[in-house]
Design a protein around this ligand. Structure first.
Ligand code: B3K
Ligand code: ZN
Length: 861
């Protein structure tokens, strides 16, 4: 089935505590382009009475020498993956000399050199590419790190903790010594060496300690670092106010680098960031970029407590730190801006991507059971569904109860490596509640479905809701249990008054009876998206309109509008719809929205935005590519032909102002740009798009114009794009937006266009941001191009991934995702997609990363 040497998965239930602990590690690095020398001195303690050997993980290392208690050791076992030492005393010092080659490390994991700087990325298992060590999160050590490098080329030598010494050497080299007073797992180790512009500010914690905040960016980019630093201070303050959590070192450093596999990394005291999540000014960054920077900066900062002070016992527990930290950053963002719009943003991720993951062969619980390559499990399930699970606890326990649980969690586990059960137990014990059934969320994969029936007895005024919960089987699990699901319910009366309730679902079928209604209320379910589930119910168009226009819950309003749009679209495809949504429902919704003079412009923008194709696909059993796209386009035409005058009036009424990143300006720009998306396809479209592009003083409106032109296939698109390219050709982060717009464009000759993009001077196969903006945008967001009937889109991606896998398996494995999600497509496409997957598997050097996803998708494991 595959030419690859079989790889075995690790299983959660096989966990064994480490046979040895390493209390201290002294590392020294001699950074050199030819050969980088790493010396490591480990203070090792045997755990318990046993004679097991010490098996240190190591990959791509050249071992020079090993010493035991100062004496050269000749007896050891060395393989491609480990260095094993036997017959060790209960306590000893082990010195290991190795050599590595950071300049040729294109995987961007371990220690690598890119754009002239040295940089590390160790999570999940990259430390083993730096030196031999127990590369697992339950081995906690104190680190002392000395870095030697050429002073001119690498004036900044950074690592975790506090700088305790430094000096110059005669040969133009210098050195810096760092010490981190906190015990930490090796995945939080970091080293950076390079020449940067540095911004320095400070933050005084609630207990009065002054912390130095240092931001390192590429030369000439300092002015683009202000927003990130301001965001950091907001996050530090917020965590003190909301969770009583204070920062614990005297210095907090953030370094922005161009070559990075993901968003950012929370290394203790030394975060490393993809520069895309640091650099911003109004000319180059959109409102969304500003938002993302604030949220990622906060996310990494929040990890200092949820992840670093209390870490994971093993990688299966990843959601312990990620689900919780995503929940924390979502709460922070909600407090900084609009809670409703943030909630909608979170829910879109779940419905577009997490539901798709559940429906694929990669379905896994938020705490996975089996893993081949850990990097494949930094998923929307572990992160975003994980955050939803934490949010349900927050709902069930109330914010005050949740805070009691968090306090107990830190009291019990500060300085430890623990499990998801430890977290839930702290929540349970602090609130004297039994959460046994709630724990099923951690072990069960799949998207639960709630089927709801509503009954009203007019004579008694009694309303009965009958709710069945059912989790369809997933490819990884054939048995499903009932879950503990909080469902927020709102009863809307005819006079506009409303009351809310939370139903605690625990059984497969449950009845909820409520008396005291004069007339049957309209019932909105799953307010604020109180659980990551799908709701199946038959609602009249009238009830949906009532919820969309009158609910007190902004999320429910948006959700009802989305249901109206979705069901209208599905009714035009072979999937059909059980709801009777007609063109009149659509126009009544638009009229209601536009006439109600909604104050929340951002919510209005969301409410006139149609569900994405990806979201629509997750609502139906089959993805009829052509018919779904044309149905969605038809709805767009209906909307514009009805609302054009109102949209234009609104568009012109929303004033241009001097750019500032404030919630109110952001909301206005969001609405204007959404209106422009519609208007672009009308007669005035070309002119308005061009005008907005020309007059814009900020990247949000510039990009808004380009997106509208691309979507409406305006003639001006190519001209505006060339102008954009001319302005920004020397600025790769900005140019990524241009790459992405080209790659997601619907056009017959898209594949030759992709070739051209990859021939662009700024394109570089070794830079993940470039690859994601061209290849990722095509595979994930160009659904007509990717799903071209002749299979050419699949072929293109398959061939590209063969090459990319040899350079950067982590990025290749991310981009292979759409190729593995064939389950809902038609037979012809399934055959073509699978052929591509089989071709990939034919490659005997395929990385474990891509192998795991592809072989699962083909049902081989
Ligand atoms: N913890 C890192 C992600 C590491 C991914 C490794 N493949 C960033 C974050 O979630 O904060
Ligand atoms: Zn994280």
């Amino acid at each position: 089935m595959s030419n690859k040497t079989p790889v075995t998965a690790k299983r959660r239930l096989d966990y064994q505590p480490p046979a040895y602990q390493i209390h201290d590690i002294e590392l020294s690095f001699n950074l050199d382009d030819e050969v980088t020398k790493v010396k490591s001195l480990l203070h090792v303690f045997k755990q318990g009475d046993h004679d097991q050997p010490l098996k240190l993980d190591g990959e791509n290392l050249t071992l020079i020498e090993v010493k035991l208690n100062g004496k050269s050791l000749q007896q050891y076992e060395l393989t491609d993956e480990a260095l094993t030492l036997s017959n060790l005393p209960d306590e000893c010092f082990i010195e290991i000399y190795t050599e590595i080659d950071p300049a040729s490390n294109k995987t961007l994991e371990g220690l690598y050199k890119a754009s002239g700087s040295y940089c590390t990325q160790c999570e999940a298992e990259g430390f083993r590419k730096i030196t031999y060590f127990l590369d697992r999160p339950d081995v906690l050590s104190k680190y002392t790190v000395t870095i030697y490098a050429d002073k001119k080329r690498y004036p900044y030598l950074l690592s975790n903790g506090n700088k305790i010494d430094s000096g110059d050497l005669e040969d133009g080299k210098h050195w810096v010594k760092w010490q981190d007073p906190f015990f930490k797992p090796c995945y939080l180790f970091a080293l950076v060496a390079g020449d940067f512009d540095k911004l320095t500010q400070s933050f005084t914690t609630s207990s009065g300690r002054k912390v130095a905040l240092e931001l390192y960016v590429d030369k000439g980019m300092a002015h683009r670092g202000e927003h990130a630093l301001a965001s950091l201070k907001k996050a530090m303050k917020w965590d003190e106010v909301v969770f009583d959590l204070e920062y614990d070192l005297d210095i907090y450093m953030v370094v922005a680098v161009d070559f990075f596999n993901m968003g950012a990394m929370e290394n203790k005291g030394l975060n490393v960031f993809n520069s895309k999540y640091v650099l911003a000014d109004s000319q180059t960054a959109t409102d969304e970029d500003y938002f993302n920077i604030e949220s990622v900066i906060a996310h990494e900062y929040f990890h200092n407590w949820t992840g670093n002070r209390v870490t994971c016992r093993d990688w299966f527990q990843l959601s312990l730190k990620e689900g919780l930290t995503v929940f924390r950053d979502q709460q922070f963002s909600a407090d900084m801006g609009s809670p409703v719009v943030n909630r909608i943003k979170n829910v879109k991720v779940i419905r577009e991507h997490q539901f798709a993951e559940d429906a694929s062969a990669m379905a896994h619980p938020i705490r996975p059971d089996e893993v081949i390559e850990m990097n494949n499990f930094y998923t929307v399930t572990v992160y975003d569904k994980g955050a939803e699970v934490i949010r349900m606890l927050h709902t069930l326990l109330t914010p005050a109860g949740f805070k009691r649980g968090i306090d107990l969690y830190f009291k019990r586990h500060d300085g430890q490596a623990v499990t998801c059960d430890d977290f839930v137990n702290a929540m349970q014990d602090a609130n004297s509640i039994n959460l046994d059934q709630f724990k099923v969320w951690y072990e069960q994969s799949g998207t639960p479905e709630l089927t709801v029936e509503q009954d009203f007895a007019a004579d008694t005024g009694t309303l009965t809701l009958t709710i069945q919960q059912h989790t369809p089987v997933t490819l990884d699990q054939s048995q499903k249990k009932p879950l503990y699901i909080p469902v927020r319910v709102e009863y809307l009366a005819n006079d506009g008054s409303s009351t809310t309730d939370i139903i605690h679902l625990t059984q497969s079928q449950q009845k909820l009876v409520r008396d005291g209604f004069d007339v049957e209320p309209t019932v909105a379910l799953l307010g604020d998206f109180s659980a990551p589930v799908k709701v199946i119910r038959t609602l009249s168009a009238e009830s949906l309109l009532t919820i969309a226009l009158h609910s007190n819950d902004g999320f429910s309003r948006w959700d009802a509008a989305q249901t109206i749009y979705s069901q209208f679209i599905h009714s035009l495809t072979p999937n059909g719809s059980t709801l009777a949504i007609t063109q009149e429902t659509i126009t009544a919704l638009l009229d209601g929205l536009l006439e109600s003079a909604m104050e929340d412009q951002a919510l209005l923008a969301e409410m006139i935005t149609l569900p994405s194709v990806e979201t629509l696909v997750q609502q139906v059993p089959k993805y009829y590519v052509e018919s779904l796209h044309s149905a969605r386009e038809k709805l767009e035409r209906i909307i514009i032909s009805h609302a054009q005058p109102m949209f234009e009036k609104q568009y012109h009424g929303l004033a241009f102002t001097n750019y500032d990143y404030t919630p109110s300006q952001t909301a206005t720009r969001k609405l204007r740009n959404q209106l422009l998306m519609y208007i672009a396809s009308t007669e005035q479209g070309e002119e308005l798009v061009t005008q907005q592009f020309m007059q814009s003083d900020n990247m949000t409106d510039t990009l808004g114009a380009l997106k509208a032109a691309q979507h409406a296939k305006c003639k001006c698109f190519d001209k505006l794009m060339s102008q954009f390219e001319e302005t920004w050709r020397a600025d790769p982060i900005v140019l990524d937006k241009w790459f992405a717009l080209h790659a997601s464009r619907q056009s017959e000759d898209i594949l030759s266009r992709l070739d051209l993009l990859m021939g662009h001077q700024q394109f570089n196969h070794e830079n993940p941001n470039r690859v994601r903006s061209v290849i990722g945008s095509f595979a994930f967001f160009n659904s007509t191009g990717f799903h071209a009937k002749d299979g050419s889109g699949y072929r293109y991606i398959g061939q590209y991934l063969q090459k990319l896998d040899k350079i950067n398996p982590q990025v290749a494995s991310r981009i292979v995702t759409p190729l593995t999600q064939w389950q809902k497509l038609d037979e012809e496409r399934i055959v073509k997609m699978k052929a591509e997957l089989v071709r990939l598997l034919d490659n005997k050097d395929l990385s474990n990363d891509v192998y795991e996803k592809v072989s699962k998708s083909l049902g081989y494991q």
